[in-house]
Design a protein around this ligand. Structure first.
Ligand SMILES: *Cc1c(COP(=O)(O)O)cnc(C)c1O
Length: 359
């Protein structure tokens, strides 16, 4: 039996139909309807956040967050999914790259401080909690304060991750989530922005509805980035079981870690982080060895993916880079192994045995 890299959560159709019947009855299909309100409140309570604004995807979440915070130029991480950078460029944001930490694979606060010493002409920082591993949020906050920068966290991988007992989404001026079908929690397509300040939330809520203000008059020009009631119904249905899904994924992640410690390089996790088991990245130095492992996995009907590669400073070589050798190195040797809710502990051991045998 093939072991897939990922498998989206399937909503229970009976539950889902009950929500959709409510939509038919009310005739309210989109524009901040009752299911939108329910999902917002339940997510805020579950995640331990305030000022959560649902949006139509994680890419628009980044764009709307930057627009709301008046970020027109930004330093970002070269090691993330392409959307972290492409969304900023599409938004017309002057985007430059600063290197990641060699062990955590997240934006390096020390390198970032040096970057701003060299060139202080940027409004903000856009950092990804890559693979759901929280950035060094305390150090990044110090760098941001020192140089007077706003921070947006791309938290697309970090649904329900905590630092200590605080949601990772409570750091920075805004954090963005993706609820794409491939993510830990989803609404088929969708996302959210969590703002530190209520005023930013209010502004963003207008911006995602064409810039219309609550009284119907026109404010700043906006866009359409609303999440509709059908998608909220999927979210409400899946949210019922999300706690056990995340627990299971974290168990699988821990088995992987125990089995592969010392065999391959694993990212260094934030010491106070909780796990959501979103991804299982391993780093293998040497292109040859990496290729061998990938071939051995394929031969055993196990999917894997080189993810994320290439380093985004190379993909967007016209953008300014302040030196990203760590990111280039990691992007060259990273592989993600299968990790999703439909896997068993036995599946994980099947995968780790193939990797161990090959190495
Ligand atoms: C998935 C993802 C996005 C984009 O989210 P969409 O909802 O697919 O638009 C952005 N950043 C990261 C890090 C992602 O993994």
């Amino acid at each position: 039996m093939m072991i897939a890299l990922n498998k989206p959560l399937s909503p229970d159709l009976t539950k889902l139909a009950a929500y959709l019947e409510q939509v038919n009855e009310s005739g309210w299909y989109t524009n901040f309807g009752p299911l939108h309100e329910q999902l917002t409140k339940r997510l805020e309570a579950y995640l331990g956040v305030e000022n959560l604004l649902l949006v139509s995807n994680g890419t628009l979440a980044l764009q709307v967050a930057c627009k709301t915070l008046n970020i027109n130029s930004a330093i970002t991480t070269p090691f993330s999914f392409v959307a972290t950078t492409s969304s900023l460029l599409w938004q017309g944001i002057d985007t430059a790259f600063s290197d990641i930490d060699r062990r955590s694979y997240n934006l390096c606060p020390k390198a970032l401080d040096k970057t701003f010493e060299q060139d202080n002409n940027y409004d903000g920082i856009v950092a990804t909690h890559v693979y759901g591993n929280p950035c060094d949020v305390e150090s990044l906050a110090k760098v941001a304060d020192k140089h007077n920068k706003k921070i947006v966290y791309d938290a697309a991988h970090a649904f329900d991750v905590k630092v200590g007992n605080k949601s990772v989404l409570n750091f920075g001026d805004a954090s963005t989530l993706s609820f794409h079908a491939t993510k830990v929690f989803h609404t088929v397509e969708g996302g959210a922005i969590i703002f530190k300040h209520k005023a930013d939330f209010v502004k963003a809520k207008q911006l995602i509805n064409f810039g219309l203000q609550a009284d119907g008059t026109l404010g700043e020009s906006g866009i359409n980035a609303k999440l509709n009631e059908y998608q909220c119904a999927v979210g409400l249905t899946l949210l019922d079981d999300i706690e056990s899904v995340i627990k299971h994924r974290a168990v699988l992640f821990n088995i992987y870690t125990d089995e592969l410690k010392g065999v391959v390089e694993l990212p260094l996790w934030h010491p106070q982080a909780s796990l959501n088991g979103a991804y299982m990245p391993i780093y293998i130095a040497g292109a040859r060895k990496q290729k061998d492992v990938m071939q051995a996995l394929a031969k055993n009907d196990i999917q894997c993916r080189r993810y994320f590669t290439p380093s985004l400073d190379l993909a967007y070589s016209k953008q300014k880079s302040f030196g990203c050798s760590n990111s280039q190195n990691i992007a060259g040797g990273i592989i993600c192994l299968p990790l999703h809710n439909s896997m068993s502990a036995g599946d994980v051991l099947t995968v780790t045995n193939v990797v161990k045998e090959e190495l």
